[in-house]
Design a protein around this ligand. Sequence first.
Ligand code: HGY
Ligand code: MN
Ligand code: MN
Length: 431
Amino acid sequence: MNHFKKHILTFSLILTSFVLKAQLTVNKDRLEKRIMDLAQFGIQENGETERVAFSDADIAARQWVISQLNEMGLDTQIDVAGNVIGIRKGSGKTKKNISFGSHIDRVPNGGNYDGCVGSMAALEVLKVLTEQKIKTKHPLEVIIFSNEEGAVMGSRAMAGHLSKTAFPIKNATGYTVAEGIMRLGGDTTKIAEVARKKGDIAAFLELHIEQGGTLEKEKLEIGIVEGIVGLKWWDVEFNGFANHAGTTPMNARKDALLAASQFIIAVNEVANSFDGAQVATVGRISAEPGAPNVIPGKVTTSLEIRDLSSEVIEKVYQEIEKRALEINKASSVEIKFFPLDTTADPAIMDASIQNEIEKSINSLGLSYKSMPSGAGHDAQDMALIAPTGMIFVPSKGGISHSPNEFTSASDMANGANVLLKTILALDKKLD
Ligand code: HGY
Ligand code: MN
Ligand code: MN
C-alpha cells in the first residue's frame, strides 16, 4: 500500500507544480503599486515626478530598488558604471545568467512608465518565483541600468564601449557623466572592469512601453521588437555678433538666433525629404546673452538623428550640414557641429529570443505584432554581448517622455507575464 501511496503523492506533487506553473501569473495590483511607489521618488508639488539620472531622487530610488531586491534574498551590488545588479542564485551548474531589466531614470518632465515598467516587472517576476518557490537552473540577474536617458550610458559601459570621451557630457542635473557615475556609487577609474564579454550572459530581455501609438491603434496587447533604431547626438554652435537691438539696422546684423531658427526649419525639411522612418530633432536651444534689447551673438542647440540604418543617419546628417552651409553664407553666422560621444548603433533583436517571446504570447492567448523600436533602449547595447529580446506594451495615446505617459495595469501585467514565461522557457531551453 505504501508504495502505491508514494506514487500517488509524487504524481499529485508533479501535477500541482505543473498546474501552478501553467497558472503562474504576476500580481497585477502589486505591479501597479510598485509603479506608483517608484513615482514617489522625485515627486513635485504639482504631483509630477522629476528623476533625471544622477539626481538625489535617482539615487534614492536606486537605493529603494536595492532594498526590494535584498528583501527577496538576492545578492545586490552597484557596479562601477552605477548599474544596480541583483542576482538570484540558480540551481544548476551553469554560471550564465538570464538577465532582464530596464532603467528608472527619466527625461526632464517625463512620465512614470518609460523604463519603470520593465524595471518594476523584473521585481514582480522575482517576487512570483520566490513566492511559488520556483528555482531556475540559470542564475537570474536583474539590471537597473544607469543614465539610460543620457544615451544609454550604463548599458554602453556593460557592453564595453563607454569611453572617457563621454565623461564630460552634462545632463539636466548639471552633473557630468563622470560626476554622475560617482554619485550613483560607481567608479569611473575602473569603468573598463564592468564590460561583460560576449557569451557571459545566456540571454537578456527588456520589457518596455512602446512609446508610440501603433499597438493602441491596432488594438494589440504585445509588441515583439525586431530592431532598435540607432541614434546620434551633436551640439550645434551658432556664432554671430551681439549688438544693440535698437541701433543696428536689419541689414547689418549677424543674428545667431535667426540663423538657428532657419537651421531648425532646415533640419525638419531634410528629415522629411527622405523616404523611410528616419527622424531628426532639435530638442534644446540656448541664446546668449538672452536680453530682449540685444541681438543674440551666440546660440547652442542640440541635434538628434535616428534610424534603423547608420548609413541613413549619415546621409541625413550630410544634407543637414549642406543646409547649414547655405545659412552660414546668407547670414555670415558661423555654424559648428560638435558630435557627442552618445552614439547608439542600430540593433537587431535575436531571432530565437523573438521566437520564445512569441511562444509565450501565444500560450497566454494575447494579441501581438512584430515591430521596430523608434526609441533607443539599453537592449540595443546588450544585443552587442548577449542574445537579446524586447517586449512592448501599449502607451496610451502613443504618448511618452511626458507626464501624460500612461500604460494600464492590465497591459503592464500582460507584458510582465510574457517576460516571466519567456524567462522560464529560456531557462529550460538554454545550457
Ligand atoms: O530617447 C529614447 O529613445 C529613450 O527613451 N531613451
Ligand atoms: Mn526607456
Ligand atoms: Mn526614454
